[in-house]
Ligand binder design. Structure first.
Ligand SMILES: [Zn+2]
Length: 237
């Protein structure tokens, strides 16, 4: 009886360790192929924005990127794409990358391949209808990966994109977002920020901290010798 309990305990701990590392740690490479960061040569970094589009924050971020000639990737949720198709169109027209971030922003843990596939397909269709672009990159909500995800992505020609640096803009104020993003910068960094927040009602979304932090992040990263490049440059390398 004791050995049975020990075995169950051991298996439980092993599962918990695997689950934590493989499914939750953003930089884990258990599920692959995955882009966590780009090549270390050349002090290049890529900006990414998740959970949008959300008005007026996405437009303000697009204005800042346009004025400073910075390319970025936007991992959008299908539900928000249906709310703001004109912003999705603008993202494409201004040369940024559009990525798939599921339709309703669910955690993918313990979900079936069918559920994951439906979330992704609805979003691909919404993005394509709004912009004419069919994304080739995907980022899971909350960074959560699950069994079956890679098969779903492979079947649709989508690449898994994670991140290596973030401004923690879901919890920090403007100054904190700037210093956190800069502290985690390394050559090849893929930086996570947010122009939206999940798929709740628009009036519940406030990304003014991210908007306020972005010019300082761009200016100070450039002063430190970093060059902003598009995700596609990292994927090609
Ligand atoms: Zn998200």
């Amino acid at each position: 009886m004791a050995w049975l309990l020990v075995s169950i305990l051991f298996l439980g701990l092993a599962f918990a360790a695997w689950f934590y590392y493989a499914c939750t740690v953003p930089t884990s490479r258990f599920f692959r192929p995955v882009l966590v960061r780009g090549p270390a040569q050349g002090r290049k970094i890529a900006l990414t924005f998740d959970d949008g589009p959300a008005s007026p924050f996405s437009e303000k971020i697009l204005d800042i990127l346009r004025d400073r000639k910075v390319p970025a990737a936007f991992f959008v949720c299908g539900k928000n794409v249906e709310r703001y198709p004109h912003i999705v169109k603008r993202i494409a027209q201004e040369g940024h990358t559009l990525g798939n971030h599921t339709f309703s922003h669910p955690l993918l843990y313990f979900r079936s391949s069918r559920f994951i596939g439906d979330e992704i397909d609805r979003t691909q269709a919404a993005i394509e209808e709004a912009s004419g672009v069919r994304p080739t990159v995907f980022r899971p909500p909350y960074g959560g990966r699950w069994l079956g995800l890679m098969g779903v992505l492979r079947a649709r020609g989508l690449r898994l994109i994670m991140w290596s640096a973030t401004g923690y803009d879901w919890k920090l104020q403007t100054d904190g977002v700037v210093s956190a993003a800069l502290r985690e910068l390394r050559p090849g960094a893929v930086v996570l920020l947010h122009d939206g927040h999940n798929v709740g009602p628009p009036e519940a979304i406030d990304r003014s901290n991210t908007v306020a932090a972005l010019p300082a992040i761009i200016n100070q990263a450039r002063a430190a010798g970093y060059e902003f490049v598009s995700l596609s440059e990292f994927l090609a390398a």
